[in-house]
Every structure is written in C-alpha cells, then in structure tokens.
Ligand binder design. Structure first.
Ligand SMILES: Cc1cc2nc3c(=O)[nH]c(=O)nc-3n(C[C@H](O)[C@H](O)[C@H](O)COP(=O)(O)OP(=O)(O)OC[C@H]3O[C@@H](n4cnc5c(N)ncnc54)[C@H](O)[C@@H]3O)c2cc1C
Length: 379
C-alpha cells in the first residue's frame, strides 16, 4: 500500500496469485473482487473502499525482446536499422521495483539523440546499432534484478522463535531496500566499453565521474551572477555533447584547452560542427575553476566559454563556473590537481575522462562517433 496525495487516497497492489498460461478471465476481475482479496490478505485488519479512481489488472511477465530494432544480430554489419521499439514494448517485469517508466524513458532518450544526429548528418547511421547494444543489456540487467527482488520480498517474515522455517527479518528487508536504492532511482546503469564509452585509462583524474554511468551532479557557483547552481542543471535534452573542463590550480591549462577547442582547426568543434551552425551547436563546453568566483574575469576567457549563439546571436554567460566553498565539487568528485576534461553524452552518461592536455585523444574519440564536417564542405 502506497500513500498518495490528498490525504485520503492510497495505491494498493493486490496479488491475485498465479493463473494458468493463456487464462484471460483474470482480466475481468472487478473492483469488488479486488477489495475482497485485499481484505483477506489484510485480515484481521480490513479496508473500507469508498471510491476507486483507477484500477487495472496487470499480468507480471519477465520478457525481453531479442532485438530492439529490425536488424537481426547476424546482419548488423550489412544493414542499418529502420524500425525501433522502446519501453514496455521490448521489456517487461514486475511493477514492484518501480523501474519500468524510468527504463522506458531512458530507452527513448538513448534513441532520440542518436536518431537526431544521424538525420541531421552529424553521425553515420551505424551509430543507431548502439541503441539495441546498450539498452538490451540494461533491460536484461533489470529483469535479473527484478527476479532477485521479487523473490526476496515474497519471503515470509522471519519468526525469531523458529529461524529454521526461513524468512526475512524487517531489518534485512530494510537494509536490502537501501542497498538497492541506486537501482530503484534508475542510477544503476553502467554502459560498457564501446565507441560511445571510452576506456577508463584516465579515470583517476575524476574518480567521481565514473565512465559509463550517469553524470553525478554537484553544486558550483555561476561566475556571471554568483548564483549557486547544480552543475547537472546545465544539461539540456538538446542532443549536444557536454564537455566539462575542470581547472588546474591556476586555471591556465583550462584556458589553453578552451582556446584550442574553439579555435584549432583539428579540434572537435572545428571538425564536427556543421558549417553555419553555432560554435556551441554540437559541443557545449563549460569551464569549472578552482578559485573563488570573485577571482575570475569571464570577459578574459576564450570565446567557446562565452559564445554568441542562438537565433539572436546573444552572448551566453552560463558556461563559466567556480568552486562552491561550502561543497567543493573538486573534492567531492575527486578531480585531480592538474584538472580534467569530463565528456558527457547528450543523454547525460559520462563517455570519457581525459587530461586537459589530451587533444589528439579527444578528437580521436569523436572521430569514432561523428562525421567530419570539413569533408562535407569539400564534397
Ligand atoms: C500497476 C503499475 C505500476 C507501475 N509503477 C511504476 C512505478 O512506480 N515506477 C515506474 O518507473 N514504472 C512503473 N510502472 C511501469 C510503467 O508504467 C511502464 O513501464 C511505462 O508506462 C512504459 O511506458 P511505455 O511508453 O513503454 O508504454 P505505455 O505507457 O504502455 O504506452 C504505450 C501506449 O501505446 C498505446 N497503444 C497501444 N497499442 C496501440 C496502437 N495499436 N495504436 C496506438 N496506440 C497504441 C497505449 O494505449 C499506451 O498509451 C508501473 C506499471 C504498472 C502496470
């Protein structure tokens, strides 16, 4: 039973038990029958149902589609997918883990930015294969978790007088629930090594931004107006890659990196931003300084950190950040004294961690994902 808004509303899950395969009559279960079953479960307590806002009969099935696209596994090298499925259409499990909506929306987010990149000519269609590769593994993982969790919470309560009868204590249940918290919050996904998820060679430069996992936000101070903001709130669901350049002590390496990123002909911005697009149209570059926000003069920074963009060409002042002395992001996320670049995918997963000086490696990483737009101009 889950309390709902309004003080008098409650959500009840009522276990109707197992039904023979193919038996559809269970779907016709009425509200009165549901109430009677709930009361038999709750006995010697009871509920008096005054009004039902919504009810449904849900059949738990732990099912996973073979592919989330129309291309069979043995034809991936020769065919590009044209049809995709997402959410409950390709994976179902019990409602008990509170994961279905989370995972379904993440499927769509994963697919959406890839489709946009391919349709707008920023990436080759091969990128679309990574959708099934990434999301099917997540769905399988979720079903495995669901099997474990469904069996765990279905155990009877442990009788301390008869431990030989088995069961689980309230304390064990509570501690297991807390342990699974990251899962229930939808934060347990870790993408494995692929063109979109780099080798963890430089992970030690930013230990709190684990490659393959969701970007873990922390507060920072926005230099332009001294406002305390969660860095993760800089993310927009707009299909852009985010590069967070975390500074060295003096901030010089960060400035060098930002200047290179915005101006060098071999930088990802120069190579992969389509002609005519905003300078931050593909890569949204942010600088996070170690110093107090009073010590930074944003007007002295390279253009990529203060770009003129958008339909009106207005200057964007919201890409330069300073350490929040009350909660230091550098300490909380384990950023190395020499700084680091944290590359975040459009769907908010950390794709790479690199030194501020690793220019070739950064360009090579994007070379494996995005189309060189200079070649497009020459064609
Ligand atoms: C009782 C219950 C409790 C749940 N609790 C949680 C929870 O706490 N947290 C959580 O994260 N998830 C929860 N879930 C799971 C979550 O609701 C689903 O995983 C999620 O809604 C799946 O989204 P979807 O878009 O893939 O599918 P759906 O939400 O099922 O959307 C599919 C849509 O397609 C429509 N449709 C079907 N056929 C056609 C057709 N031929 N033409 C046009 N339209 C069609 C349907 O009407 C529906 O609107 C719960 C599920 C249930 C049943």
């Amino acid at each position: 039973m889950i309390p709902r808004e309004g003080g008098s509303m409650v959500r009840c899950y009522v276990d109707l038990g197992e039904v023979p395969a193919g038996d559809r009559s269970i779907r016709a279960t009425t509200v009165e029958q549901l109430t009677a079953v709930a009361n038999s479960i709750l006995h010697p307590y009871s509920i008096d149902v005054k009004e039902v806002a919504w009810s449904s009969v849900y059949e738990v099935g732990q099912r996973l589609a073979e592919r989330f696209e129309d291309v069979p596994a043995d034809a991936v090298a020769t065919r590009t997918p044209r049809v995709f499925i997402a959410g409950d259409a390709c994976h179902t499990r019990s409602a008990k883990a509170g994961q279905g909506m989370n995972v379904s929306m993440q499927d769509a987010f994963n697919l959406g930015w890839k489709l946009a990149a391919v349709l707008e000519g920023r990436a080759d269609a091969a990128l679309l294969h990574t959708y099934t590769a990434e999301r099917q593994a997540v769905a399988q993982d979720l079903i495995d978790f669901d099997r474990f969790w469904s069996a765990f919470i279905a155990q009877p309560r442990l009788d301390p007088a008869h431990p030989e009868r088995g069961g689980v204590s309230a304390e064990e249940m509570q501690s297991e629930f807390a342990r699974q918290g990251r899962y229930t919050a939808g934060l347990a996904t870790t993408y494995t090594r692929s063109p979109l998820t780099a080798e963890a060679t430089h992970q030690s430069l930013a230990t709190g931004f684990e490659i393959g996992t969701r970007f873990h936000s922390a507060p920072v101070i926005r230099v332009a107006d001294a406002k305390r903001v969660e860095l993760g709130h800089a993310h927009r669901a707009d299909g852009r890659w985010r590069l967070y350049a975390f500074a060295d002590a003096a901030g010089e390496r960060l400035r060098d990196f930002a200047a290179w990123m915005g101006e060098a002909p071999e930088s990802p911005v120069s190579r992969f931003t389509p002609p005519g697009a905003d300078i931050d149209g593909v890569f949204d570059v942010h600088g996070v300084f170690r110093t107090d926000h009073h010590d930074i003069d944003p007007t002295s920074l390279p253009e990529i950190l203060l770009p003129h963009s958008g339909p009106l060409g207005l200057q964007d002042w919201e890409k330069v950040w300073a350490r929040d002395p009350r909660r230091d992001i550098f300490r909380e996320r384990g950023i190395h004294a020499d700084g680091a670049v944290v590359v975040v995918r459009p769907d908010q997963y950390v794709a790479h961690v690199l030194p501020l000086s690793a220019r070739d490696e950064l360009t090579a990483f994007f070379d494996g994902i995005l189309r060189d737009q200079r070649a497009a101009v020459r064609r």
